[in-house]
Design a protein around this ligand. Structure first.
Ligand code: TYD
Length: 204
């Protein structure tokens, strides 16, 4: 069985990852591929604990928070990502370890050390890094949800996160400007992954 394909959507909050990911999934299914749509933080035990931190950080240190993201990801890889790849499927994940390097890096940890902590994680075949300014993000988030930003989303924090995302130079990363129409961004996403589909061969 040919190994599947792992595609991660990354970017600061409000870039439209969770709109674009299902559109890409539908397109790939229309081509006959089997697609798994997934996200981090997950719905599992660690993911729930991470979500609780959005509203109340309590006494949790940065290191403890990092551990939660890493444990969540280990579980995600073991239970979902790796089995799907072994079954030859296409996995689309909304966030992956680049988010940890960017967000926990922005919070004060060493982003490169965070990458090194992820030696256990399969490297994605493509990272679709959706880019826009933090000001555009905040506008979209507030317009859409009509609510205050969570802890991870404060503007000055988002600036740091965006700067870290901008500094990453792994070959698998493709940057896609997100402040365009949904259709335009989706077309660019499809173009960015089409070489992968060609390599991957027929429907899987
Ligand atoms: P998000 O994709 O916005 O999920 P939800 O739709 O459930 O809110 O991610 C939640 C927040 O968690 C987001 O602000 C980024 C942050 N985050 C990290 O700080 N580190 C990580 O490793 C991940 C995966 C997310």
């Amino acid at each position: 069985m040919k190994r599947g394909v792992l595609i991660a959507f990354e970017g600061i909050d409000g870039t439209g990852k969770s709109t674009q990911l299902p559109l890409l999934a539908a397109y790939l299914r229309s081509l006959g591929h089997t697609v798994v749509e997934t996200r981090e933080p997950t719905e599992g035990e660690y993911g729930r604990r991470i979500r609780a931190l959005y509203t109340d950080r309590g006494q949790v240190s940065l290191e403890e928070e990092l551990e939660l993201f890493i444990q969540d990801r280990k579980e995600h890889i073991q239970n979902c990502i790796e089995p799907a790849l072994q079954a030859g499927q296409i996995v689309l994940t909304d966030r992956y370890y680049f988010s940890t390097a960017a967000y926990q890096g922005a919070a004060g940890l060493d982003a490169q050390a965070i990458f090194r902590r992820h030696a256990f994680a399969p490297e994605p075949d493509r990272v679709l890094l959706l880019t826009q300014t933090p000001a555009e993000s905040v506008q979209r988030i507030q317009g859409r949800r009509g609510e205050e930003l969570n802890d991870f989303e404060q503007l000055d924090q988002l600036e740091k996160v965006a700067n870290l995302f901008a500094s990453f130079s792994q070959d698998c990363i493709v940057r896609i400007p997100a402040a365009k129409s949904i259709e335009q961004v989706q077309m660019e996403i499809r173009e960015a992954i089409s070489p992968l589909l060609a390599e991957h061969g027929g429907a899987c």
